[in-house]
Design a protein around this ligand. Sequence first.
Ligand code: SAM
Length: 261
Amino acid sequence: MTFDVVTIFPAMIAQALAAGVLGRAIETGILDVKVHDLRDFAGDRHRIVDDVPYGGGPGMVLKAAPVFRALDAIEAARGATLRVVLTSPQGVRFAQAAARRLAACSGLVLLCGRYEGFDDRLRARIDEELSIGDYVLTGGELPALVILEAVGRLVPGVVGDQQSVAEESFSRGLLDFPHYTRPAEVVARQADGAGAEVLRVPDVLLSGNHAAIRRWRKREALVRTLARRPDLLAGATLDVEEREILRELEEEGTGASDGRD
Ligand code: SAM
């Protein structure tokens, strides 16, 4: 899958993509990510890409024409029509379903705003506008990286174990079950200084009984989802065993709390 990121701070993107799972996927060619400096498409020798807002007021506005030129150049280089995504706090809230949908595209272009954002006429060339949450950041680089990472890791081959992607939070409308690793006991000092507590891994995970472990994980995922994000359950895809566990939990009245304060 190809990604083209358009930004006035290309180093922010390049540096973040140099390491980890995505870095490896880029190195091995599973993902093809190119970062474009918007100033290269400014059209003047001073490389100016922003100007004052019509009507007055504070802040600068990114011009539309340099982005149009960047999009023409990217589409010509890729030889394909690409899905153009504008990062914006005014966009549709980005979530796992959108990540799945975008991972099926052959190529994405991510546009990173700055200042007051882009000249609104840019909308003529965008396919969708995505927000990563109800807060305002100074630029679209972090949102573009969030989208790139969430989408990129769904591309087959990027994450080594596809089963872990299939089981993790939001993949089926459930939060993930809790994970533990060795040792089987860890000592935690209590916050109030009253002593130490030995924290044990749930016995079932040490039992070697794979059917019991599978059922326990399903139950824990449901308990967590009921306690933290009951809204997800309406759209969840549950198998027969999970539906049965959910009925049990509802009968027991479990799920209002999953052990968190
Ligand atoms: N004037 C804009 C407004 O109030 O809606 C805010 C512009 S913001 C300071 C500059 C850029 O940061 C935006 O163009 C966008 O690219 C990016 N940005 C900021 N917050 C974002 C969010 N929550 N989701 C996605 N992009 C965001």
